[in-house]
Design a protein around this ligand. Structure first.
Ligand SMILES: [Zn+2]
Length: 340
């Protein structure tokens, strides 16, 4: 993907380079960055990775849409963003249309650890960003997204032969399971969710499990609410280990921060004026997912994630309507050319 983008830029005389985000993100490629004119103050972004492999994808062109043959993902998330941005850049460069300077970034690792946007060193002139990466249809855009914190809990008990001396063991698995059973998992309130994914013990069946590790996440539109739920998690593990010989270690890290784009933010006003020019229905939305836009907003670059029409993302039924490809390309062109 990265090679394709580098060749695309070279064959059109577009200034481009690959940064070193790959070294830190642990991937072969880094972010690919196109600099149009002086790079301007606006950043356009989409991600190169897909949630599942597209190595054997067979695109099927139907009457009104493109799908895969049903055996793999099509890769609409986020190839729709990439193809519409490339088309807009291509039209501008070939037709020599008037445009402002701007920067296009194709990131790595959006689906895994957001390493692309995390390790991106954006030019200090960049004042706003547009990510082309929401599954909403063109005209819809994300003005509010939650933050998420990862956490890991390690419960330590004591190993012992489960048949010969169970009394001498401290069963970390059972203590951890009791705590997990008390956690309010799922949707906690309108704005907050919690989940536990991995939960394991390596003990053999004849050993009282001495150690258990589990990992989860807390997601909310409010940082304060995340911290509040985190305190509850700590309290529940303290209670379930209290009075036993077990102990626990807890660690957590922000995966991404929440954001909200105000109505009078220049990034939002510019988008709205472009959508009006195109006569596309304006639909601000809240999202429950995290994306590169969260990372850029946390870095102080107000960024909106735009609907590109990449529907049923991550499933084998992914599809994109030709109409949506067209409208997303028009939006990209308008944002790139419209001065305000
Ligand atoms: Zn995506």
């Amino acid at each position: 993907m990265a090679d394709y983008l580098l060749n695309f830029a070279k064959s059109r005389g577009i200034a481009c380079h690959e940064d070193d985000a790959g070294k830190q993100g642990g991937t072969e490629a880094g972010n690919i960055i196109f600099t149009i004119g002086d790079g301007g103050d606006t950043l356009f972004l989409s991600h190169m990775d897909t949630a599942r492999s597209t190595a054997s994808v067979k695109p099927v062109l139907r009457e009104d849409r493109i799908t895969s043959d049903g055996q793999t993902v099509l890769g609409v998330d986020n190839r729709v963003g990439i193809s519409t941005l490339l088309t807009a850049v291509d039209i501008i460069s070939k037709a020599d249309l008037p445009h402002l300077g701007f920067t296009v970034v194709f990131t790595i690792c959006e689906e895994s650890n957001l390493a692309g946007s995390r390790y991106l060193h954006a030019n200090t002139a960049i004042k706003r960003g547009y990510a082309f990466d929401s599954s909403y249809r063109p005209g819809a855009f994300i003005i509010k997204a939650p933050g998420a914190k990862y956490f890991t809990v390690e419960v330590n008990g004591k190993a012992s032969h489960s048949g010969i001396a169970p009394e001498e063991g401290v069963n970390a698995l059972q203590i951890a399971a009791r705590a997990v059973g008390s956690l309010p998992l799922g949707r906690i309130d309108d704005n907050t969710t919690m989940n536990i994914g991995p939960f394991h013990s390596d003990a053999a069946t004849n050993v009282v499990p001495p150690k258990v590790e589990l990992m989860g996440e807390i997601r909310s539109g409010s940082n304060a609410r995340v911290e509040e739920i985190e305190k509850l998690v700590l309290r529940i593990f303290s209670q379930s280990t209290a009075g036993t010989e077990a102990s626990f270690d807890y660690s957590s890290e922000w995966d991404f921060q929440p954001y909200e784009i105000a109505e009078d933010a220049p990034v939002r006003k510019h988008l709205i004026s472009c959508l009006k020019n195109l006569d596309i229905n304006i639909q601000p939305k809240a999202s429950f997912g995290g994306s590169d836009a969260n990372v850029l907003n946390a870095k102080g670059i107000p960024t909106i994630n735009l609907g590109v029409g990449a529907q049923r993302p991550h499933s084998n039924d992914e599809f994109i309507l030709y109409d949506d490809l067209m409208n997303t390309t028009k939006i990209a062109l308008e944002l790139m050319q419209n001065e305000n």
